[in-house]
Design a binder for this molecule. Structure first.
Ligand code: FAD
Ligand code: NAD
Length: 333
């Protein structure tokens, strides 16, 4: 049995932690956020949850399909009965057309993070705990949190935080910068929630648009406030990265009124900036990064191509790497 620290309570961290506990290890999970979920988090409001991050997930591998089946049986996820549509921009002419397909899309209920919380059930989780330094002495890791606390005695550390944050941690700790080649991997996304009259066609609107990548209507999602979530694309989000919420509210209202002909009141609710949201299409996913001799392992959705399913699989791969390395070093003794 090893004592293992997992940094990050998104789906990668949760999947790794659950798998390691099943293998008999003692695991503690740390997250800077107030709750588990990471980019699969929904914001709680009086009217219901708002999915500001991931909107849905698909399952293509056998392993994840099996896991989703279990979550469905446990009532943690449901099939999203969404109508799909395409918003396209043909040289300035915007059109919205139905774009139906047979893809099954799933959502956590009553919020996106439900499956993450379920994986972490019974596993020690320290929230609002930002780890800002790591120290490796005599084959043991100590984690230093920003609030002055420290946590000692870990045999292995799994880093599942986005690469830029991971690189900062390595620099601060004076460790080798194994993240140097992947810091450009994730791009930003501004997400805006609004209440507006229904747009014809579509709960899941894929956008080939100069500013937007996705519009989601939450009306058929259990537990959610019935509103729209607009996700701006990486280019437009990066270009206006530091604009205040008002900018994003105005942009969203203008697009809805002028391009989608939405009439009546538009009530803007929340604007959220994700600095490290989605994977650059043109960059190859790097797989797991590691300092095996020190038992530091790192992965995230970015390791295999940024999607929910890939975060889950990255967690399993991390757990397997720790396990295989333990077996290997045992055999060497
Ligand atoms: P994260 O969820 O980012 O988890 C990392 C965790 O590390 C976070 O909880 C963070 O708080 C924590 N952390 C960071 N630094 C520290 C530190 N120093 N100390 C402690 N904790 C730290 N995928 C889909 O499949 N379908 C979608 O529809 C979809 N839509 C998306 C829409 C948006 C706007 C975004 C942002 C993402 C979307 N994704 C979607 C991608 C999906 O959300 C991610 O692939 C997945 O949630 C990533 O999980 P993860 O555990 O690898 O990373
Ligand atoms: P998926 O199979 O539903 O979609 C994959 C991609 O195929 C879509 O992005 C879209 O471009 C296209 N597509 C699929 N169905 C379509 C339809 N009916 N009409 C038109 N285009 C269609 O889901 P997936 O492969 O699991 O991908 C995950 C989703 O997560 C993608 O939609 C991706 O854009 C989204 N994502 C968003 C962010 C963000 O920052 N907003 C980050 C990561 C992932």
């Amino acid at each position: 049995m090893k004592k293992i620290a997992v940094l990050g309570a998104g789906l990668t961290g949760a999947s790794a932690a659950a798998s390691l506990v099943r293998q008999g290890h003692q695991v503690t999970v740390f997250d800077k956020g107030r709750a588990a979920g990471g980019r699969m988090s929904s914001k709680r409001t009086e009217q219901g949850y708002l999915d500001m991050g991931a909107q849905y997930f698909t399952a293509r591998s056998d392993v994840f399909t099996q896991q989703v089946k279990q979550w469905l049986e446990a009532g943690l996820v449901e099939l999203w009965r969404c109508k799909t549509a395409l918003l396209s921009d043909d040289e300035g002419v915007i059109s919205l057309t139905a774009s139906e397909d047979k893809q099954q899309r799933f959502i956590g209920i009553p919020s996106m993070q439900s499956p993450v919380s379920a994986l972490l059930q019974g596993i020690p989780l320290l929230t609002s705990c930002r780890i800002h330094k790591l120290d490796y002495q005599q084959q043991c890791w100590t984690l230093y949190a920003e609030d002055g606390q420290h946590y000692a005695g870990f045999d292995a550390v799994l880093v599942t935080v986005p690469p830029v944050q991971a690189q900062q941690l390595m620099t601060q700790s004076g460790l080798a910068n194994i993240f140097d080649s992947v810091t450009d991997l994730l791009e930003p996304c501004w997400a805006v929630a609004v209440q507006a009259q229904s747009i014809p066609y579509g709960d899941a609107i894929f956008c080939q648009h100069p500013q937007l990548r996705f519009i989601s209507h939450q009306q058929h999602k259990t537990g959610r406030s019935s509103c729209y979530i607009l996700h701006f694309n990486a280019q437009f989000s990066a270009l206006h990265l530091d604009e205040p919420a008002e900018f994003w509210f105005e942009r969203s209202s203008q697009i809805l009124r002028q391009e989608l002909q939405v009439k009546g009141d538009i009530k803007t609710l929340v604007a959220h900036r994700w600095l490290y949201a989605s994977q650059k299409d043109q960059m190859a996913p790097p797989g797991i990064l590691a300092m095996p001799a020190q038992q530091l392992w790192a992965a995230g959705d970015w390791s295999y191509g940024g999607r929910v399913e890939n975060a889950y699989l990255a967690g399993l791969q991390l757990a397997q790497a720790v396990h295989e390395y333990s077996d290997h070093t045992e055999a060497m003794r």
